[in-house]
Design a protein around this ligand. Structure first.
Ligand code: P6P
Length: 338
């Protein structure tokens, strides 16, 4: 009857995580509480990003608003919202944000067992032209009760317990993994809830899209140059790959995850460690790719095996469909031998 016309088992992200958590009887719901605060931050940023154009139109952004306060830039505002939400969750001890030079150490009264590394608004230079942007986050657990230090987040990505991103585009979509696959949730603004729309996302084993900033081609090393050449002029008679590059990591990675292919931000002569940051760009996206059946490589090793020495360290990254990344790994291995 009519009621069946609508899905009546609305699987919200909170219900989903509670179901996941019920598999660990000993857990006290801390992760669910942490996640609910991350979700709150994402909802706020989604709303602010969607109004950004209007705010500019009615002269709020960048000038003084009606209270005479200096209107904050959206990435600064987003960072403040996430830091406040994470601290007030009472479930975190160390926070690393792309926006803050130093790590944030939560005061003892609000400390919890998680450490969160995040980019509150990645790709924010694209806001004014309406290109999708996003929040990227990774979560470690604190494995001691002493004073937290940056050592608690200078860990390999293979020690992350969860990672995800929220993409602010034609719809607001949160993609999350807690180590048991990758799941996509779409914000229903009328409910203010993230609803499970893409359960158990698996990346195609091989794709026909490559995603790289060709403008850096003159600075690439041999293996990357050879690989991109192969994408454009395949020798084995296979069709050339399509190039798709948004220039906003969340948008490029989200497309790669759903359609397959490979996303590359290689090292180049100008930036020997590439451009993307290990803790809150490379690790979370690599975690998701592996959980979805893909892989992530730095040019030398599995991306999640990197051990960062500084909280804003960069690394080259090649991630996406399993077979596509295998091809570039083979070219780097060959180069190593010669
Ligand atoms: P380029 C955005 O500024 C960003 O940090 C990522 O979101 C994106 O993948 C990359 O930089 C784009 O860099 O050098 O190609 O403009």
């Amino acid at each position: 009857h009519a009621a069946d016309a609508h899905r009546t088992d609305l699987m919200t992200i909170t219900r989903f995580v509670l179901n996941e958590q019920s598999k660990y009887p000993e857990s006290r719901g801390d992760f669910t509480i942490l996640l609910s605060h991350i979700v709150l931050g994402c909802k706020f940023v989604c709303s602010a990003v969607n109004k950004a154009g209007l705010a500019k139109l009615i002269g709020l952004a960048g000038e003084t608003n009606i209270q005479g306060e200096e209107q904050k830039k959206l990435d600064v505002l987003s960072n403040d919202v996430f830091v406040n939400a994470l601290v007030s969750s009472g479930r975190t001890s160390v926070l690393v944000s792309e926006e803050d030079e130093e790590a944030t150490f939560v005061e003892p009264s609000h400390r919890g067992k998680y450490c969160v590394v995040f980019d509150p608004l990645d790709g924010s230079s694209n806001i004014d032209c309406g290109v999708s942007i996003g929040t990227i986050f990774g979560i470690y657990t604190l494995d001691h009760t002493d004073e937290p230090t940056t050592e608690d987040v200078l860990k390999p990505g293979n020690e992350m317990v969860a990672a995800g991103y929220c993409m602010y585009g034609s719809s607001c979509m949160l993609v999350l993994s807690t180590g048991t696959g990758v799941h996509g949730f779409t914000l229903d603004p009328s409910l203010g809830e993230f609803i499970l729309t893409h359960p158990d996302i698996k990346i195609p084993k091989k794709g026909n899209i490559y995603s790289v900033n060709e403008g850096n081609a003159q600075n690439w090393d041999g293996p990357t140059t050879k690989y991109v050449e192969k994408c454009k002029f395949p020798k084995d008679g296979s069709p050339a790959k399509s190039l798709r590059y948004v220039g906003s990591m969340v948008a490029d990675v989200h497309r790669t995850l759903l359609y397959g292919g490979i996303f590359l931000y290689p090292a180049d002569k100008k930036s020997p460690n590439g451009k993307l940051r290990v803790l809150y760009e490379v690790f979370p996206m690599s975690f998701l790719m592996e959980q979805a059946g893909g892989q992530a490589f730095t040019g030398q090793k599995r991306a999640l095996d990197l051990v960062p020495e500084k909280i804003h360290e960069r690394s080259p990254i090649f991630l996406g469909s399993y077979d596509d990344v295998e091809e570039i790994k083979a070219l780097y291995a060959e180069d190593e031998k010669n």
